[in-house]
Ligand binder design. Structure first.
Ligand SMILES: O=C(O)C(=O)Cc1ccccc1
Length: 258
């Protein structure tokens, strides 16, 4: 089975894919958009995509993909994230700009501000190597093997930096699961709506590990809620929780179980 990821080999997505399935048929894509598109077009495929970074937060493109498509999340992978700067020479002298993918630019603001660099965007960390010139350096995964000298190591803004990747599939997993990822879309906006949702989890003593709201893109003030919680999707409690949400006029879909 093909597993699409943001390539080329060596990107963080590649490292996450290898960590998840070392012997998978990994297929590199040139952008996150292409990963999602290829996955959607091939019913017998999987994809590994970044969803959340410890410094920067949610990757909205992927959150919206979870909401808008009938896919299943069947796994997650945590990866340590650190960045190095490489260029044509091992010094920042005469350097006026930096290139990398947007989520990396937002995790290295201190370095970029200190050197007063202009920012250019690439499609992946390693794609940024293609834009190096006498004035431009690239930010890439720590300890990547490249032909370029390393100028500075570990330029991430915070030392604790991890990214969580999701494994997307067109089929549900057949393995026993401990985590459920839910999409809740309230049909009406009313006082106490979010408190009601959280109370249901409290009532059943279910721990939440992620909550994210995304605009419905139809009206201000109306949101989808993505909630990851620690419970087996096959358990009676989980089935009860789903029934309560339906009674509360909240559309509910189990996006993932892993
Ligand atoms: O560009 C990469 O290497 C990616 O895989 C995207 C990404 C960027 C920053 C953190 C995690 C994933």
């Amino acid at each position: 089975m093909k597993v699409y990821y943001l390539g080329p080999e060596g990107t963080f997505s590649y490292q996450a894919a290898v960590k998840y399935q070392p012997h998978a048929d990994l297929v590199p894509c040139q952008s996150l958009y292409e990963v999602v598109e290829q996955f959607n077009q091939h019913t017998n495929s999987q994809a590994i995509v970044p969803i959340e970074n410890a410094i920067e937060g949610t990757i909205n493109l992927i959150a919206d993909e979870l909401i808008e498509n009938q896919l299943h999340v069947i796994g997650e992978v945590y990866l340590d994230i650190a960045f190095d700067v490489v260029g044509l020479t091992p010094s920042m002298e005469h350097i006026s700009s930096v290139v990398s993918i947007a989520p990396i630019i937002s995790q290295t603001k201190r370095f970029i501000t200190d050197y007063e660099l202009d920012v250019k965007h690439s499609d992946s960390s390693l794609d940024s190597l293609n834009y190096i010139d006498h004035e431009t350096v690239a930010i890439i995964p720590h300890q990547s093997t490249t032909a370029y000298p390393v100028i500075t190591e570990h330029i991430e803004d915070y030392p604790y930096n991890k990214t969580r990747f999701l494994v997307l599939s067109h089929q549900e997993t057949s393995h026993p699961t401990t985590q459920a990822l839910l999409l809740l879309t309230p049909k009406v906006d009313k006082p106490g709506l979010l408190a009601n949702i959280l109370n249901v989890f409290n009532l059943y003593n279910i721990n939440l590990s992620w909550i994210e709201s995304r605009p419905t893109k139809q009206q201000f003030g109306c949101y989808h809620f993505l909630i990851q919680c620690q419970i087996a999707a096959s358990s009676d409690d989980y089935k009860q929780v789903l029934k309560i949400f339906e009674a509360l006029e909240i559309t509910v879909r189990t996006i993932g179980a892993f």
